[in-house]
Ligand binder design. Sequence first.
Ligand code: SAM
Ligand code: SF4
Ligand code: SF4
Length: 369
Amino acid sequence: MSRRIIPVADFSAAPVIAGPVQTPTGVLHDTLARPLRDLRISVTDRCNFRCVYCMPRAVFDKDYTFLPHSALLSFEEIERLARLFVAHGVEKIRLTGGEPLLRKNLEFLIERLARLTTSDGRPLDLTLTTNGSLLERKARNLKDAGLTRVTVSLDALDDALFRRMNDADFAVADVLDGIAAAQAVGLAPVKVNMVVKRGTNDREIVPMASHFKGSGAVLRFIEYMDVGSSNGWNMTEVLPSADVVSRIAEHFPLAPLDAHTAAETAQRWGYVDGSGEIGVISSVTRAFCGSCTRARLSTEGKLYLCLFASAGHDLRALLRSGASDAGIATAVAEIWQGRGDRYSQLRGSNAAETRVLDSQRVEMSYIGG
Ligand code: SAM
Ligand code: SF4
Ligand code: SF4
């Protein structure tokens, strides 16, 4: 059988601890004075969808080699790292993938993470991003395990179009049932993410807004991004968020709302008639690197400082070498303190950093969105 090499750039190295031990203080800043506040943990690189913009079937086919189970961080390893990140100031953890609900016994991991508290004693904001296909069945267990909220991805209400976009024959009804189940068990407010590709699903913007208006779910429109190197991204397929807002406002008047927090990625707009809000995430046309407080942990324990990074820091190697908590915490501190990533701000500027990255970026399904 022909084996395909994983098309994921991997220039990762185990961190070398250079300085004195850094005991976590709950605040860690990078070179651009951005604190470490959010951790996204990818729990699997596998997915039951083949979304054309994320895991195109031509690349992620039957010959594609996913990570073996032994390469994955165990729940114990994830919990240990999460605890050290929380001590450094992380307040929000998002589980992602691949499709996180494919990871066996995920609720056991959630139970462990739900016991962690922030450095000033508050519960974590513990959430998960899912394609929704298994959510109806799992919502109750996730809630009982201590999950706070969920974000569900849905790119169209038109069933034929949705099936074409997920390229795995999943129906819209499966996802809508998942959203309803999440709302019923109190994993709320549910956020619904729609990636907008001009010419593919932009005609679904107004129907999606109309469907979720007044439902309690917050619909967010994401500009199609040039993550990874397998989706053949092209700027002409990006529909700027400003156009999304004006298309909706033609039908349902909108007014801008204040951000909940300084680090919020979405710009919020409220329906003037009081029936809820939408968000737009303008990753391409309005970069928010200046307030990016996120670290990403890949399925096999590599720490990435940016969605567009080509290299990670191999924390699994450190864990499995028998390093102490103090040693790992020091390594994490040194890595974050050296961070200067701001890809979206530099995109299109022809800056040397972006030219190197273009051909070597990791896939979204590997480090999670
Ligand atoms: N499988 C889960 C899901 O689809 O929600 C979690 C992982 S997925 C990689 C996380 C998010 O990234 C999804 O909302 C997805 O739509 C988004 N995403 C994937 N590729 C993208 C791209 N090229 N541009 C913008 N968003 C993208
Ligand atoms: Fe899977 Fe999510 Fe990527 Fe779609 S966006 S292929 S559901 S990981
Ligand atoms: Fe953060 Fe990198 Fe995205 Fe900028 S490009 S917002 S630094 S993940």
